[in-house]
Ligand binder design. Structure first.
Ligand code: FES
Length: 136
């Protein structure tokens, strides 16, 4: 896990669980929205509010995986952080309150440094198939 995500997780799970504002982390950066539209999906929020266009809209009904992102959340019982892949087109934005979202932009970028898997996809002429490329 990139260090920026670990820092985000530490701060995230200690200060926003009981907030009355909609708050979550995206790629290690805190997002606070006092007027979030509860009808938005996570995908719409990422693309249209935060302008993170790396997460794609394809089928819009949870079938293709083009909108896959990782959600990280703290389990207060086990005291552990779990990570799971979700299709952002089906996730109501308000359900990610207090959680951390990692998009393809948080994994690596041309501007910063590509993840080794991203480099290999480029080297091997990998195409954006839906599930694998948007996530990595
Ligand atoms: S856009 Fe196809 S699963 Fe979300």
């Amino acid at each position: 896990m990139p260090p920026i995500l670990q820092n985000a997780h530490s701060e995230l799970f200690s200060d926003i669980r009981c907030s009355d504002e909609f708050t979550f982390y995206v790629n290690g950066k805190k997002v606070v929205d006092k007027h979030v539209d509860p009808e938005l999906t996570l995908l719409m929020y990422l693309r249209d509010v935060l302008y993170l266009k790396g997460t794609k809209l394809s089928c819009g009904e949870g079938a293709c995986g083009a909108c896959s992102v990782m959600i990280s959340e703290f389990d207060p019982v086990s005291k552990k952080i779990s990570h799971h892949c979700v299709t952002a087109c089906l996730v109501p934005i308000c359900s990610v309150h207090g959680k951390a979202v990692t998009t393809v932009e948080g994994v690596g970028s041309v501007a910063d440094k590509l993840h080794p898997i991203q480099e290999e996809l480029i080297r091997s002429y990998g195409l954006q198939c839906g599930f694998c490329t948007p996530v990595w």
